[in-house]
Write a protein that binds this ligand. Structure first.
Ligand code: RP5
Length: 163
């Protein structure tokens, strides 16, 4: 089977176990769409060898998207993107500086190695999964159907009046 026909697969990595409370929202969202995913604690500065090894595994098992979350001097998504051409989505985690440091560290990649950066915290965590789903929906009709259904339900939940 060609790697392009394999079931879609997403990897979710985060710099610390302390990021899990936010990143479980990402995993719950992937689950909702029945997307296969791996989830790991990998830090660019604390466990650089683990990062390199994991990225090699992702390339071997044809992972389609890597979601990388980190807080503070958040270089995990950037380093990940430097080591692979698999699309990398970055989630800035709230920090002592309210996540502004994480956001800027993740989003401000110099031209050539992109990281698609989501919002700080829970919204970014959920949206990173939805963005991965949207990427996969381009080539997987069933995922595209699920995404459209999700959006329809989303619209139904918004009240027409504020009272
Ligand atoms: C980053 O430092 C992690 O992604 C986390 O958001 C932050 C704090 O990590 P811990 O000190 O809680 O392990 O690398």
């Amino acid at each position: 089977m060609s790697k392009y026909n394999l079931p879609p697969r997403v990897a979710v990595i985060m710099g610390s176990k302390s990021d899990w409370e936010i990143m479980k929202n990402c995993c719950d969202t992937l689950k909702l769409f029945k997307i296969k995913y791996d989830v790991r604690v990998i830090s660019a500065h604390r466990t650089p060898k683990r990062l390199e090894k994991f990225i090699k595994e992702c390339e071997k098992n044809s992972t389609n998207v890597i979601i990388a979350a980190a807080g503070g001097a958040a270089h995990l998504a950037g380093v990940t993107a430097a080591l692979t051409t698999i699309p990398v989505l970055g989630v800035p985690i709230e920090s002592v500086l309210k996540g502004i440091d994480s956001l800027l560290s993740t989003v401000q990649m110099p031209a050539g190695v992109p990281v698609a950066t989501l919002a700080i915290g829970k919204a970014g965590s959920i949206n990173s999964a939805l963005f991965a789903v949207a990427i996969l929906a381009n080539t997987h009709i069933e995922i595209s159907r699920r995404l459209k259904k999700y959006r329809d339900n989303f619209e139904k939940k918004v009240p027409k009046r504020p009272f």
